[in-house]
Design a protein around this ligand. Sequence first.
Ligand code: P6P
Length: 354
Amino acid sequence: EYLQTSQDTPTSLTRYLLEVAKQNKDMGDMVALINGIQFACKKIASLVGKAGVTDLMGIYQQGIVNVHGEEQKKLDVLSNEVLKNALKYSGKMAVIASEEEDVPIMVEESYSGNYVVVFDPLDGSSNLDAGLPTGTIFGVFQQQFSCLIHDYEESIDNMELACLQNTLQPGRRLIAAGYCIYSSSTMLVLSLGNGLHCFTLDTEVGEFVLTRANIQIPQRGNIYSFNESNFYQWDKGVQDYIERLKKGNNQTNCRYSARYVGSMVADVHRTILYGGIFGYPADKKNVSGKLRLVYECAPMAYLVEQAGGKATTGIENILDLTPKDIHERKPLILGSPADIEEFLQVYGMSRVDR
Ligand code: P6P
């Protein structure tokens, strides 16, 4: 009910969060956390938008690579710092895990809270120099294991282990997630477990305002979004499925259009709004797929399910998986229910044929 918007005063994200806190006494800390995230997203949107004229394009340090062996962009590093600080100073975080950090960060006691946030601060940053969409992806868990440094009977190793274990929770335990897409407009798409809502940044007032409430993904779409340069590296089942879509001999008897930005947030956002299917399957080169389970696949799977869609590895539901490592990769296929069901049917048949 607090998503209702009157014509002249659309609900702002700030007002929506105040209503959530008013109606749910135990959500006060979550509201403070999401407010920290919205501030960080506004800042990142500003940095991304003027990167070309403020020498923020390009590589952070020539020849220096991150834990994934990838050269970090200047904006990868900057976005990571902006988000880490906003979360830390919200005073609600116990643990912060980022694609740009080798290991999860334990927040010191004076700022520590009960939440665990996992995020990719600027996904798709390789597209920045060409002005293509990028995005921030985040997921929120309750802390399961105390990793406060004041538990003196515990050794620092146990603190660090507890810290890591807090970030290796199955997606089913997510209590909130969202992404912010930096594109023709800046949109923060969020769920606190009560549906999926989109807030668009009104740059004139510097506020995110509600533009889509209770988003529902179409039951079926007619767009498929895969990097087809990997076609001959895929399993036979994936190849068979894509061939069917291209030839129109699928359950709709019509050919699908191919759309692939190469920036996960953009491809997932379009899939949620227009329907269809997005996938980064395993291939001979990336035998576990390319996308990261903890801070890319699981938050996006949570959001797609909030919109009535599905997300799978092709064998298991993404949200049922318990990560083994903070940077673990997994195959990801997500989208409209009918499209995912058809994919699983074809992919499953090919596995039977083996
Ligand atoms: P490829 C961007 O680098 C990213 O992590 C995701 O945002 C995107 O979906 C994927 O990789 C694109 O990978 O191999 O198709 O360029």
